[in-house]
Design a protein around this ligand. Structure first.
Ligand SMILES: Cc1cc2nc3c(=O)[nH]c(=O)nc-3n(C[C@H](O)[C@H](O)[C@H](O)COP(=O)(O)O)c2cc1C
Length: 197
């Protein structure tokens, strides 16, 4: 059983990143409950080093996909994502969604023919994971239809991942005195999700 962690906790708070506290809570509970789990992590440094696709890079990727050269380096992140049994994505709530580096990662894992494909009736997912958890923390309170949450919910449908859960630790910048309590209750939810199968 492989747990893939996509750690996009890019934070000026360093190790005190509130988003990473959510991630730690989930990961510790998951690994305690699934001792057989192997963890693979995509680090913030890896995410920040990704280049968005330009036309030449898209042409090159299309050419590789047309001969099913799925072992090419450009598909490495998509292969890793496709093979995971469970996925945890952690990213702060930035500008109503998440950091650009995570959007670029989504370009890399969205490989038509590898992580999903089209048939006459539309898109079908080809990923192995049964579940994906999205962990985020925001300064303002959570709004209905939060874009990052909606985005990952729809990506799960596209990739064929049946179960989607999320934790939104909201309102953390509204009242500094209340933030630790809000964060702890979000961490408790992350722990509960980590304990589930
Ligand atoms: C670049 C940037 C953009 C942000 N945009 C938003 C936003 O649109 N809405 C919001 O509620 N909070 C926003 N925030 C506040 C963060 O979401 C909040 O402080 C969060 O807890 C940061 O997580 P961290 O401790 O892991 O860095 C933003 C913070 C930064 C640095």
């Amino acid at each position: 059983m492989k747990l893939l962690i996509v750690d996009c906790c890019i934070s000026q708070r360093g190790k005190d990143s509130r988003t990473r506290q959510l991630l730690r809570a989930f990961q510790e509970a998951f690994c305690r409950t699934h001792p057989e789990a192997e963890v693979e992590t995509v680090s913030p440094q890896t995410l920040l080093a990704l280049r968005p696709f330009d036309p030449a890079a898209l042409d090159e990727r299309d050419a590789l996909a047309s001969v099913q050269a799925w072992d090419a380096p450009v598909f490495a992140l998509a292969r890793q994502f496709r093979a995971a049994d469970a996925v945890a994505v952690a990213a702060p709530f930035w500008d109503l969604s998440f950091p650009a580096a995570l959007r670029t990662y989504i370009e890399y894992i969205s490989a038509n023919g590898l992580t999903y494909h089209y048939e006459a009736d539309g898109c079908h997912g080809d990923c192995r994971a049964q579940r994906l958890v999205y962990l985020t923390s925001g300064g303002d309170v959570e709004r209905e239809d939060s874009l990052g949450v909606l985005y990952w919910r729809q990506l799960c449908a596209m990739f064929g991942i049946e179960r989607f859960d999320y934790v939104f630790a909201g309102g953390l910048d509204l009242d500094p005195a209340g933030a630790p309590v809000l964060l702890e209750s979000a961490c408790a939810l992350a722990r509960t999700l980590g304990e589930e199968n």
